[in-house]
Write a protein that binds this ligand. Structure first.
Ligand code: NI
Length: 250
């Protein structure tokens, strides 16, 4: 069930038998010359919607803006500061836990979100720690779809080192599969983008002039996207099932 297509009595009813929710979280940022700006939000959303076909689960709204300050040198990128994203995640979690949700699973599409979302979890748990509360804490998990074992095996097989770390052929393929009408046929030069460390926006654009890091998304295809989606759904299903079994004896 998709939260945004549900009415509140349906959610109240859902909570009688389940207290978990999946929230796709991504970013709105440049993904090189042929990658969609929405890639990091589109990919986890597509995976979550596919999962919804297979199991009874509630899918929350996608958090489509993330911690992406380093991409702001490219037009179209929108970012939250770490402190803003931390507050957003905390407010989302506390909205839901107040209604009886116990397991909140963030399905993430953007590496830049990891440190901040993890810090938000610590912030949320620290509230009851400092209060000396004995109430069970919410179960929170951040899962990066692109690091699942099936996805990694497949991207290794399809792209090897050309997967790189930003604007990867895997994520570009998956976003193209979700939106075939948005496929961009653009020549990439050099084919394989440079590698390096991420700092601020101006430095990023100097080091990685077309926005990619270490990747060759010229290898991306819609057909690959179909296979990557299938692998990602398998990884997520396995991981989510384990997650909802933790601390359910309340
Ligand atoms: Ni990305």
């Amino acid at each position: 069930m998709r939260l945004q297509l549900a009415a509140w009595p349906e959610v109240e009813n859902y909570l009688k038998t389940s207290s978990s929710i999946i929230i796709p979280i991504g970013s709105t940022e440049q993904h090189g010359p042929n990658g969609l700006i929405g890639t990091d939000a589109i990919c986890p959303t597509a995976i979550a919607y596919e999962l919804e076909e297979k199991i009874e689960v509630l899918i929350g709204p996608t958090l489509a803006v993330g911690m992406a300050q380093h991409h702001l040198g490219f037009p179209g990128s929108i970012a939250f500061r770490p402190s803003t994203l931390l507050a957003v995640v905390r407010d989302v979690v506390e909205s839901l836990t107040g209604q009886g949700f116990t397991h909140i699973y963030f399905l993430n599409g953007h590496g830049g979100n990891v440190a901040t979302v993890t810090a938000a979890f610590s912030e949320i748990w620290s509230i009851s720690s400092f209060a000396g509360s004995e109430a069970p804490p919410p179960c929170l998990r951040l899962r990066n779809w692109y690091l699942g074992p099936r996805v990694n095996r497949l991207s290794d097989e399809l792209y090897g080192d050309a997967e790189g770390s930003h604007a990867t052929p895997s994520e570009v393929s998956l976003s193209w599969y979700a939106y075939p009408e948005a496929v961009k046929d653009v020549a990439l030069s050099p084919e394989l983008a440079p590698k390096g460390a991420i700092r601020d926006a101006a430095d990023y654009r100097r080091q990685f002039p077309d926005g990619r890091i270490g990747s060759n998304p010229g290898l991306a295809s819609i057909e690959h996207g179909r296979r990557i989606l299938e692998a990602a759904v398998g990884d997520t299903l396995e991981d989510f099932n384990l997650f909802i079994q933790t601390n359910t004896e309340r």
